[in-house]
Design a protein around this ligand. Structure first.
Ligand code: GDP
Length: 296
């Protein structure tokens, strides 16, 4: 399960503190050294760890802790709050256009889970009473269009496709028009992913962005890839102004680094997490719940 290593290590650190009636500066320093190592081992970005420890330490050495009868508990509470802040503080909801359709553009590297997330998001929106239209804009990966069509059939959500011989920009343009003509309130554009970020991919995504003016640009990243996921998010964000990140494969044994670093490194909030291959495995991301889960 995700974060298992991190949770166990943090529990060990806090277990030692919990038993103490009084806490010295040395106790705090020792504990923070261990928390620092635990976070680095969980593949959290180096600079993020440094800032985080700095903030926790500053608060933990304050009066509130040293004068408390349960100093261990106060420190755990500080760590919990700072972890929550690190992941964005409060839940970041999907943007919505007052004049429908709301346009959601999906981006990500191949294999991150972009197409399946498109289906999951469509299901979530449909459940909330909306009428999404999916646009099949990934014309390069063999079977990507078919995959989206199969998802659409399962969900009874229409999929707009012009095959793989028309440019994705044109597909997006015509798909958006179709959504307007048919009164869809949401449009989700599945775009091409490559194995690596390349200029051609970015150029195409920028053109789709210019053409459709999306309200939401969601980057799908694979949590299992740790710091790579964060680096991918940072590069996409520089070029495309992301509005949110979807972290997939949190059902695997990811160490947690991506979840804890993305917001701090890119400034871009995690909006959803995916915890499996099934269509209902997508959940809105709640920083405070994730922090509690990490602390175990
Ligand atoms: P794309 O190339 O980014 O469009 O990736 P796909 O949507 O085709 O997903 C790649 C693989 O990852 C598929 O086998 C998906 O079923 C799988 N996948 C996607 N999201 C998750 C997830 O949250 N958990 C797990 N375990 N597998 C996932």
């Amino acid at each position: 399960m995700a974060f298992e290593g991190l949770t166990t290590r943090l529990q060990n650190v806090f277990g030692k503190l919990r038993g103490k009636g009084k806490i010295s500066e040395d106790d705090v320093n020792d504990a923070m050294r261990e928390v620092r190592l635990a976070l680095l081992e969980a593949d959290v970005n180096f600079k993020v760890v440094k800032d985080f420890i700095g903030k926790v330490k500053e608060k933990a050495l304050g009066k509130e802790v040293t004068e408390s009868f349960t100093p261990g508990m106060v420190i755990i509470d500080i760590v919990n709050k700072e972890l929550t802040e690190l992941m964005g503080g409060t839940q970041s909801k999907l943007n919505k256009n007052n004049r429908p359709p709301t346009v959601i553009m999906m981006a990500g590297l191949q294999g991150a889970g972009k197409t399946t997330t498109t289906g999951k998001l469509a299901k979530m929106l449909q459940k909330q009473g909306n009428r999404p239209l999916l646009i099949a804009g990934d014309i390069y990966r063999p079977a990507a269009i078919k995959q989206l069509q199969v998802l659409g059939e399962q969900l009874n959500v229409p999929v707009f496709s012009l095959g793989d011989q028309v440019s994705p920009v044109e597909i997006a343009r015509q798909g958006l028009q179709e959504a307007k003509d048919k009164g869809h309130d949401y449009v989700i554009i599945d775009t091409a992913g490559r194995l690596h970020i390349d200029e051609q991919l970015m150029e195409e995504l920028k053109q789709i962005h210019t053409e459709t003016k999306p309200d939401e640009v969601l980057l799908v990243v694979d949590a299992m890839t740790g710091q790579d996921a964060v680096n991918v998010a940072a590069s996409f964000n520089e070029q495309l102004s992301l509005t949110g990140v979807v972290l997939t494969k949190l059902d695997g044994d990811t160490r947690g680094g991506a979840a804890l670093s993305v917001k701090a490194v890119t400034g871009c909030p995690i909006k959803f997490i995916s915890l499996g291959e099934k269509l209902d495995a997508l959940e809105p991301f709640h920083p405070e719940r994730m922090a509690s889960r990490i602390l175990g």
